[in-house]
Design a protein around this ligand. Structure first.
Ligand code: F6P
Length: 405
């Protein structure tokens, strides 16, 4: 008999807890697996030996259903960069100690490209010390920027929120007779996937978003102002989707960086709002979708939540079958009818790399998304969860605060 450890890492999504459910449920089916430990705050919980026995916390089918509809990371998260084990072995020794002491045979790490760096480094290190702990990465990120995989769990739900919110903003913006510009700032770091997903409204006959700016295209302020003027000549209310990751002048963002050296990117919407006010002088508003776009499980995609669970379960099976240093990935067979298969990739092909929006998804003017790209996005946002509610709002599953300390 051996135990399993699972942890969640990086920025929240609506689907990370569903992947945890996938790992947990699948582990319960394996006769040689005893406890399923959840590590608190990602790899930090393994370093500090701060683990909880999930079988004592997820007790009923109702708990499972609630967990699947709960956004963010029930076990907490981290942005922890492991050093190179050849230069600094200290923290690796602590990790190995915890895993040995808890009799862990497999560690499943649910995270993005930074977290896959942890999967890669740990699997390499364990090979050098002959520690037989299988390390498997389960992908997640609203940024959808992981290489190899067709898409990442969490993206579909965020994309659905972005498109639905954009739709609502469109209705709200057109009520007055005066011209206006509404700028919507969307997350996604250096990749424009999430911003591009706002264009699925075009598949419903909407002209909004009229302009879409993604980091894959060099941003020019002069061209932006000219684009807005041009759209204002055609539409009373111009709706602009802008990615948080486009190049901005020094000082627009806070300049603060995380452990991986990534900048906190918020601020471009407000900045462009002031540009339009000064240059065009019309009614202008900016809206930052901020953390709502990654935790709005009230409008999550059932496809996303179900796939997140499936990929978690597949990760556990991969570990039991002896896989290590692998990341579970999706390969799309068809857009319609939507078909995907789950496969494995090497962590080193995903760690610290980014996958960008293909050039053919972007129009020739570099300011919108082509109709032909919509077939990629549409299947990922389909389906609704039958949400369990209380007082009219979706219920969440949460561990007691004292557990998370
Ligand atoms: O990587 C996911 C993400 O949500 C990005 O889209 C965003 O730039 C970043 O995380 C925000 O970081 P934090 O969660 O630390 O605020």
């Amino acid at each position: 008999m051996f135990n399993i450890a699972v942890a969640q890492s990086g920025g929240p999504t609506c689907a990370i807890n569903s992947s945890l459910v996938g790992v947990f449920r699948e582990a319960l089916k394996v006769p040689s697996v005893d406890a399923v430990f959840g590590s608190i705050n990602g790899i930090e919980g393994i370093i500090d030996n701060h683990l909880v026995d999930l079988r004592t916390m997820i007790l009923t089918n109702n708990d499972i259903e609630l967990l699947k509809q709960t956004p963010s990371t029930v076990l907490g998260s981290c942005r922890y960069k492991l050093p190179d084990w050849r230069e600094d072995e200290e923290v690796y020794k602590k990790i190995a100690d915890t895993l040995r002491q808890r009799n862990i045979g497999a560690f499943l790490y649910i995270g993005g490209n930074d977290s896959m760096d942890t999967v890669k480094k740990l699997s390499e290190y364990f090979a050098t010390i002959d520690l037989d702990v299988k390390i498997i990465g389960i992908p997640k990120t609203i940024d959808n920027d992981l290489c190899v995989t067709d898409h990442t769990p969490g993206f579909g739900s965020a994309a659905k929120y972005v498109a639905a919110t954009m739709h609502e903003i469109t209705r709200d913006s057109i009520v007055y007779s005066i011209p206006s510009v509404t700028i919507v700032e969307i997350m996604g770091r250096h990749a424009g996937w999430l911003t591009a997903s706002s264009a699925v409204l075009h598949a419903m006959g909407e002209t909004a978003p009229h302009l879409v700016y993604v980091p894959e295209v060099d941003f020019s302020l002069e061209k932006f102002i000219a684009d807005v003027r041009q759209q204002m000549s055609k539409h009373k209310a111009v709706i602009v989707a802008v990615s948080e990751g486009i190049e901005v002048p020094e000082g627009v963002q806070s300049g603060v960086v995380d452990n991986f050296g990534h900048k906190y990117l918020s601020g471009i919407g407000k900045y462009l709002e002031s540009v339009i006010r000064n240059e065009i002088g019309c009614k202008v508003r900016s809206i930052e979708l901020n953390v709502m776009q990654r935790c709005s499980s009230h409008i999550c995609s059932k496809t996303d939540i179900d796939e997140a669970e499936a990929v978690g379960a597949a990760g556990l099976r991969c570990a039991i079958e002896g896989g290590t240093g692998k990341v579970m990935v999706f390969r799309r067979i068809e857009d319609a009818p939507y078909t995907v298969v789950i496969e494995t990739a090497d962590a080193e092909d995903i760690a610290n790399r980014e996958k960008f929006l293909p050039a053919e998804y972007i129009n020739s003017a570099g300011n919108n998304i082509r109709e032909s790209a919509l077939g990629y996005f549409l299947p990922l946002i389909q389906g609704d969860l039958n949400l369990i509610t209380e007082n009219g709002i979706p219920k969440h599953f949460a561990l007691h605060e004292s557990v998370l300390k």
